[in-house]
Design a protein around this ligand. Structure first.
Ligand SMILES: Cc1cc2nc3c(=O)[nH]c(=O)nc-3n(C[C@H](O)[C@H](O)[C@H](O)COP(=O)(O)OP(=O)(O)OC[C@H]3O[C@@H](n4cnc5c(N)ncnc54)[C@H](O)[C@@H]3O)c2cc1C
Ligand SMILES: NC(=O)c1ccc[n+]([C@@H]2O[C@H](COP(=O)([O-])OP(=O)(O)OC[C@H]3O[C@@H](n4cnc5c(N)ncnc54)[C@H](O)[C@@H]3O)[C@@H](O)[C@H]2O)c1
Length: 472
């Protein structure tokens, strides 16, 4: 056995682990990074990057068929599914060097390409190495959840780990699960010329504001995606090329290919957590608000910590623990300013409380202000008028924002800034947005908060009349 001692041992080289390793090493810590599979983890190889690249191919195909309104004749798109996958892999290849072993070794990190597991509270074994560290970070991510649906073990199916390598175009893709993976892949595939059916046990995009989700679902349905809601899958049958999915309400769906997108399972199986005294809860490792596990020398970050499962959350977790692991300073996670976005067209984005959550918390004191895309001049020019923003306001400060529409994922960042810094609506209203931009939507939402106070106030009107009488 090769014995290694270091300041910080990071297990998993995905979004979270890479951020910790890069930051800690560049600040002078002696860092060892373990990765048993692909550098870059889910986001680069099987998640955010390939899914957004495939959506970009799909958007190009859709765009070709929808130009007539702009005075340019529509064309019949001829999407080549395998070539779209080439594009996906080129995009992965372009980004991969940033996450590569070579780059991290260049930053001074010792990278070991092995799976690690605990042998005691202070020691991790990885291949021929036995590693002890002052602090250990578990950043092992999550994997597709495959539920024990009867018959599923007898038919071929895709998950996010296999879909981006599939080169034969599915004639009819059945997707079980109407969360962000299911809906993004539904739109990507329908636009690439596949027939698509989404089979969702409860409500599609059910974690989002219902009004915003409805707008996105309507858009997808209008493009031809069949979405069955309240359709809990009870059995899967058939064979390659002829898959059958039965639901509890007695319906049967037929397709050629099947994608499972029913959520995630934390990657804890290989870690031998018991040996280190690390407890799990729900869907992940039990952590406190500093992301410490029940072993006070060990942190858990990103998907494996069982909270919001996004790349930017894993990166944020990394920044939180670097402060405490390297400098010994207190550092806690907050969730109120963490946004998320689903990159369908139109996009759907949320930060802070949804309207329902805000009404529950603030009751009659809550004000909800909104602005519609159809009144934004840039949206009119670009024919992107479907959508809205609504901002939940309490005591003059935003407590949540929901945007459904073009570039919602870009526009939501302003509200994350506002929530992170407890900005007031007056500070948002003081911003000047360039005309004509989609960004004006944010300013107009803030304006909607002040309009009734200024334009419908008898006090303001009286004050103006009084002043006008006296000024020359
Ligand atoms: C299809 C899809 C689309 C997505 N789109 C988005 C998006 O648009 N935006 C967004 O913010 N998020 C998105 N996500 C979520 C995002 O990918 C994850 O939240 C993010 O990758 C989590 O980072 P992580 O570091 O926790 O884990 P991961 O990135 O999964 O990395 C964990 C790494 O640990 C390694 N590992 C596991 N066990 C061990 C072990 N015992 N020893 C050594 N190494 C180990 C794994 O091989 C892996 O490389 C998407 C996810 C999917 C599946
Ligand atoms: N744009 C993004 O940021 C993005 C994109 C994709 C994924 N992600 C991340 O990945 C995570 C996982 O995504 P996901 O879509 O797999 O999970 P999810 O948990 O968000 O959605 C899964 C859906 O499957 C349904 N379901 C579960 N069992 C079922 C059954 N037997 N029959 C029918 N429906 C069933 C659930 O009701 C739920 O709506 C997300 O929560 C998110 O954190 C993010």
């Amino acid at each position: 056995m090769n014995r290694i001692e270091c300041d910080l041992l990071v297990i998993g080289a995905g979004s979270g682990g890479l951020s910790v390793a890069a930051g800690a090493s560049q600040m002078g810590a002696d860092v060892v990074l373990l990765e048993g599979h692909r550098m870059g983890g889910d986001c680069l190889n099987y998640g955010c990057v390939p899914s957004k690249a495939l959506l970009a191919s799909a958007k190009a195909a859709y765009g070709q068929a929808h130009t007539a309104a702009f005075g340019v004749a529509d064309q019949r798109p001829q999407p080549d599914y395998a070539a779209a996958k080439d594009h996906v892999h080129q995009v992965i290849g372009t980004i991969a060097p940033v996450d590569s072993q070579e780059r991290f070794e260049g930053l001074g990190v010792r990278v070991i390409r092995e799976f690690g597991h605990f042998t005691s509270e202070t020691e991790v074994e990885a291949g021929p190495h036995r590693i002890t560290a002052r602090r250990i970070v578990i950043a092992t991510g999550s994997s597709p959840l495959v539920p024990p649906v009867p018959g599923l073990d007898k038919v071929p199916f895709e998950t996010n780990e296999t879909l981006f390598d599939l080169r034969e175009k599915p004639a009819h893709l059945l997707i079980i699960g109407g969360g962000p993976i299911g809906m993004e892949m539904a739109q990507a595939h329908v636009r690439l010329g596949c027939k698509v059916t989404v089979i969702e046990g409860q409500k599609a995009l059910g974690k989002d504001d219902p009004e915003a989700a409805a707008l996105v679902l309507e858009a997808l349905r209008s493009e031809g995606v069949e979405i069955a809601e309240g359709a809990m899958v009870s059995r899967v049958g058939g064979q390659a090329g002829a898959i059958e999915v039965e639901t509890k309400d007695g319906s049967t769906f037929h397709g050629t290919h099947l994608l499972m997108a029913v959520g995630r399972k934390a990657n804890t199986d290989r870690l031998n957590l018991e040996a280190a005294g690390i407890e799990t809860r729900g869907n992940g490792i039990k952590v406190d608000e500093s992301l410490l596990t029940t072993n006070r020398r060990v942190y858990a970050i990103g998907d494996v910590a069982g909270g919001m499962q996004f790349t930017h959350v894993a990166g944020y977790h990394a920044s939180v623990i670097i402060r405490s692991a390297l400098f010994g300073l207190p550092s806690k996670v907050k969730a109120s300013h963490i946004p998320w976005a689903t990159y369908t067209d139109p996009e759907l984005a949320q930060v802070g409380l949804t309207e329902t959550q805000a009404r529950d918390r603030y009751g009659v004191k809550l004000e909800v202000v909104r602005f519609e895309y159809e009144h934004n001049d840039r949206a009119i020019a670009e024919r992107k008028t479907k959508g809205f923003i609504k901002v939940m306001v309490s005591g003059g400060r935003p407590v949540g924002a929901t945007i459904a529409g073009h570039q919602a994922g870009e526009l939501i960042s302003l509200w994350s800034l506002a929530l992170a810094n407890r900005l007031k609506m007056s500070q948002i209203a003081a911003m000047v947005a360039p005309y004509p931009s989609f960004g004006e939507i944010n300013k107009r939402a803030a304006g909607a908060y002040f309009s009734p106070r200024l334009f419908e106030s008898s006090l303001v009107k009286r004050a103006v009349r009084l002043v006008q009488r006296w000024i020359p």
